[in-house]
Design a protein around this ligand. Structure first.
Ligand code: PLP
Length: 284
């Protein structure tokens, strides 16, 4: 069944949504995006995603196509029109269409696209069985804190994982894990300390990460924000990833090394439960 998508002010059937071949998102990956999840027809973590979108636009001196209130209304209208009970909403802003030139055009109008993807988020095999990850070199550019649409390196990482019968890849730079291909990475040491890399330009500042760290602190879990190696991760008691579309997803194997008994660890499971119940409460 065809979805209703949003394109530059209009709600249209997906097959009627067309953009220019000169769009800079297409030619230069000159665009930013957000993925927001929906449970029970409600949008999770709205304020965080909206604030990060503003920051990404600002870092690239890109004009905003709509106000925060307008963007929320578009999200809600897409949920209504597509009767989205559970799934994600993808939003992309590009600098717009202009004759091909590396320099930014002076008068392009930003392109704004949103669409929904219905999918199970709460009851998933990733959550129940856990993920197997491999490590790959982090070959991305140096501003990973900006959520741009240049996702070829993460795509290659996922394909490498798939080729080895695994689910995802953790990217490694200078010997330390930066993050997962589309999520932030965590380990829980044998003495119960939660370790995740500190924020910098080397990784995306996950909206889920911020909430999960707050909830972990409230649950009296000891937290260390520092880099860790794949070797340390292989010796960990448990591991997990966070992202808007996966919440907290346990990792049960790293580069062929099973963690613990190979099933999702207790801290990962507990943080997943807390995250889902707390973010339902603040959904809009
Ligand atoms: N890191 C990367 C590279 C990502 O692509 C994502 C999400 O797409 C995340 C981390 C998690 O961010 P969030 O929790 O805001 O979804």
């Amino acid at each position: 069944m065809s979805r209703i998508v949003y394109l530059n002010g209009d709600y249209v059937a997906e097959e009627d949504a067309k953009i220019s071949v000169f769009d800079r998102g297409f030619l230069f990956a000159d665009g930013v995006y957000e993925v927001t999840s929906v449970i029970d027809h409600k949008i999770l973590e709205w304020d965080g995603h909206c604030a990060r979108l503003r920051r990404s636009l600002g870092e690239l001196q890109m004009d905003s196509p709509a106000t925060d209130a307008e963007l929320l209304e578009i999200h809600r209208e897409l949920v209504r029109r597509n009767d989205l009970e559970e799934g994600v909403i993808y939003l992309q802003v590009t600098r717009g269409a202009a004759d091909r030139d590396f320099a930014f055009p002076e008068d392009a109008t930003p392109t704004l696209v949103l669409f929904t993807q219905a999918k199970a988020l709460v009851d998933t095999s990733a959550a129940n069985a856990g993920l197997k990850v491999i490590s790959v070199p982090d070959i991305r550019w140096g501003r990973r804190d900006i959520k741009t649409v240049q996702l070829l390196a993460p795509s290659l990482g996922k394909m490498a994982a798939k080729a080895q019968g695994c689910d995802d890849a953790w990217m490694v730079e200078d010997g330390f894990v930066t993050e997962g291909t589309s999520n932030n990475a965590y380990i829980v040491t044998q003495n119960g300390t939660l370790v995740t890399r500190q924020l910098s330009t080397a990784l995306l500042h996950g909206i889920t990460r911020a909430s999960v760290l707050k909830m972990a602190a409230e649950a009296q879990i000891k937290i260390e924000e520092r880099p860790f190696t794949i070797e340390e991760a292989k010796q960990a008691a448990e591991a997990f990833v966070t992202a808007a579309s996966t919440f907290v997803a346990p990792v049960v194997e790293i580069d062929g090394q099973m963690l613990g008994d190979g099933t999702p660890g207790p801290i990962s499971k507990r943080l997943r439960e807390i995250y889902i119940s707390e973010s339902r409460k603040t959904a809009v």
